[in-house]
Design a protein around this ligand. Sequence first.
Ligand SMILES: C[S@@+](CC[C@H](N)C(=O)[O-])C[C@H]1O[C@@H](n2cnc3c(N)ncnc32)[C@H](O)[C@@H]1O
Length: 135
Amino acid sequence: MQEYASRLEHYTRFELVELAEASGRKLKPGDAKAAEAEAILARRKPQDWLVALDERGKSLDSVEFSRYLGKAQTGAKDLLFVIGGDEGLEDSVRQAAHLTLSLSRMTLPHRLARLVLIEQIYRAFTLLKGEPYHK
Ligand SMILES: C[S@@+](CC[C@H](N)C(=O)[O-])C[C@H]1O[C@@H](n2cnc3c(N)ncnc32)[C@H](O)[C@@H]1O
């Protein structure tokens, strides 16, 4: 994560925000998910395109993903990628999303999903710049 985060600094402003899991507050699973959704949606700014990570979402190849990043840049949009906790994301987050993105049809632990995502974001920037990282 640190390696890709520092590589990304050459291309964009990147911030990793970890919200506390609401399940630690002794809420029932549904209520914990709703509390997490509220905290996620409260962070959204008007210029953000929210991208919800979910295995049931849309599959893009790396070139298609780089075009999506390019479109956000052209439209002066900030991308807010959201990865769920153990219980996944609540429907309200998926409904608010500009894109629901799948990295694979398999369910990944959230830290692994985060690592795959950041590498793909880095790859996307190298593609947009025409740099020789992507083979
Ligand atoms: C352990 S998973 C949660 C699984 C949960 N049971 C569900 O139904 O969503 C934690 C988070 O990692 C992300 N994630 C896991 N696998 C993914 C995949 N294949 N594609 C995109 N995101 C994924 C999602 O954001 C998910 O909410």
